[in-house]
Ligand binder design. Structure first.
Ligand code: VG1
Ligand code: CO
Length: 550
């Protein structure tokens, strides 16, 4: 379809907002904030100004389907046309999972993409919305770029748009708006093809159709439903109904699309009930996180990264070996042990996928991950929930072992890093800042102190110098190392939309074969007591216990 009409860009006056600083992963606010006149438009114009000139360039647009996704996409398309983009690729229905957006940007050599998502945060008129820009490598904009975008927002006086009817998003089509071609693309096929090029689909198909392997994938009413149905049910042939909650809903069915033991309770019931399945998996709102479960068995994401690294040679795409690995700082050191054994480099980065981009682009790493249910590889520049699930299926298919056997034999070989994260959500911001401030102030005096029976070996506030571009990122979390091998990390979340969220990460290493099967909170109870003693969490937050324990 072609519109012959002349398209005239119009300048629209706006006022600047001072609160558009992107956090760990883009700008996340309540929907109501995004609905303020000019709020979304300002941020989008700031992105376009930062990457200008936009003339002749290709842009990818899509989101996780949450409330306000469609409205935002219409605004962005019109602004992109007015700003001179020559080609816009939009996922059908406004849908693109975060990893699929990364894949589409790379495959089509776009100059970048705008992804609309607040990830695992709830959706709906009174819930969360988010927007982020991914650069031409398909990865989240690095800090240099997000800082520049933020600077632009502070002086925003006008944005560019056009007067035009809304674009029909539900039909695959190519539409010409003035000089710009807008393609409504199948959001799934490129991504599904990429997965097929990485894994041994033949072996996986044999596994999931064998009749003695029962599995479930919970898409949590979020974006990965169509991807999982296409790949797991259609291409791998798993029985219909293997994917549950597979239709993306604007409010995610009223739940938190967060794949953990608390929020993915429907799946958890299937794996921990009377007649448990062999394998269960879930992903989050925008499809980049994953949780993998065996029969009555939870795989900690830190262990998952270590295991995928140790077994990467069994996957066709990584059979020739991997260049190196990286983990975010709070992630346990399980993967470090594997990297040492494999004699490959292991990098420790600040929290957030944007810090992996340079390492992946430079070919220094092949796999990377975070404790927050994020795992990924050089196939895209985002963490990738479904990829991680397929990796596990591929491993089970070729090792012919259960999840439980694979993990416990890994611990037997490498020892076990017990890990937990305690979240205190929506606490008073000033109190949380104060707590972190006081911890920072005493870092220098901590070494050699005995706290709740444990001796501090060292302490610091994590800083990172990117080995590729030498950029420096400071104040990424207070780390306390104990002489008994334990580690405690305190940091504030950069994705919350209400008050502050304090995250306390605790991990300790156990090599004694007799002590590898403890309950995690039990194994970490002494460390938990040290964390309270050193930081005074209860008195600062006014909370007796964390809201979420993972
Ligand atoms: C959290 C996680 C972090 C992850 C980020 C984005 O950030 O801790 O590991 O990269 O979310 O993931 P924070 O700053 O709240 O701790 V997603 O799936 O929410 O885009
Ligand atoms: Co996410």
């Amino acid at each position: 379809m072609t519109t012959e009409k002349e398209i005239q860009a119009k300048q629209v006056k706006t006022r600047a907002f001072i609160d558009q600083k992107p956090g760990t992963s883009g700008l996340r606010k309540k929907v109501t904030q995004f609905q303020q006149t000019g709020y979304l438009e300002n941020f989008v114009q700031a992105v376009f100004n930062t990457i200008a000139p936009c003339q002749g360039k290709k842009l990818v647009v899509g989101g996780d389907g949450r409330y306000f996704n469609r409205e935002a996409i219409q605004v962005i398309i019109k602004m992109a046309v007015a700003n001179g983009f020559s080609h816009i690729l939009v996922g059908q229905g406004g849908i693109l999972s975060t990893p699929a957006a990364s894949c589409v940007i790379r495959k089509n050599q776009a100059c970048g993409g705008i992804i609309l998502s607040a990830s695992h945060n709830p959706g709906g008129p009174d819930e969360d919305f988010g927007i982020k820009f991914n650069a031409e490598n398909g990865g989240p904009a690095p800090e240099k770029l997000t800082d520049a975008i933020f600077q632009e927002t502070l002086s925003m006086e006008q944005y560019l748009s056009i007067d035009a009817d809304d674009i029909e998003l539900d039909t695959l089509a190519s539409v010409q708006l003035g000089e710009c071609q807008i393609d409504i693309i199948d959001p799934v096929s490129d991504y599904a093809d990429l997965m097929e090029s990485i894994f041994d689909f033949k072996a996986m198909k044999a596994l999931v159709t064998s009749g003695d392997f029962r599995m479930c994938f919970d898409a949590m009413h979020a974006v990965n439903g169509p991807y999982a149905i296409e790949i797991i049910e259609k291409r791998l042939g798993a029985p219909k109904g293997t994917v549950i909650n597979g239709i993306p809903l604007t409010d995610f069915g009223g739940g938190h699309p967060d794949p953990n033991l608390v929020h993915a309770h429907e799946l958890v019931d299937l794996l921990y009930g009377d007649d448990p399945l062999d394998f269960g998996a879930a992903s989050d709102g925008d499809g980049d996180r994953n949780m993998v479960l065996g029969k009555k068995f939870f795989i900690n994401p830190c262990d998952s990264l270590a295991l995928l690294t140790a077994n990467a040679h069994l996957i066709p795409a990584y059979a020739k070996g991997i260049a190196g690995v990286a983990r975010s700082m709070p992630t346990s050191r399980a993967v470090d042990r594997v990297a040492t054994a494999m004699d490959i480099p292991c990098y420790e980065t600040p929290t957030g996928w944007k810090f992996f981009g340079n390492l992946l682009d430079a070919g220094k790493i092949t796999l990377c991950g975070e404790e927050s249910f994020g795992t990924g590889s050089s196939h895209v520049r985002e963490k990738d929930g479904l990829w991680a699930v397929l990796f596990w299926l591929n491993l089970i298919a070729v090792k012919k072992q259960s999840v439980n056997e694979i993990v416990t034999s890994h611990w037997a070989q490498y020892g076990r890093d017990y890990f937990t994260r305690h979240d205190y959500e929506a606490v008073d911001s000033a109190a949380a800042q104060d707590m972190i401030g006081q911890l920072r102030a005493k870092i220098a005096t901590l070494p050699d102190q005995v706290i709740a029976g444990a001796t501090v070996e060292s302490a610091d506030d994590f800083e990172y110098i990117d080995p590729v571009d030498n950029s420096k990122t400071v104040a990424q979390g207070v780390r306390i190392y104990l002489t008994n091998g334990g580690r405690i990390v305190f940091r504030l979340s950069g994705t919350g939309t209400q008050g502050a969220t304090l995250r306390v990460y605790l991990d300790t290493y156990q090599q004694n074969p007799e002590l590898l099967a403890q309950e995690t909170q039990q194994a970490l109870s002494e460390l938990i007591a040290v964390a309270e003693a050193v930081a005074g969490i209860k008195s600062f937050t006014g909370r007796e216990k964390p809201c979420v324990i993972t």
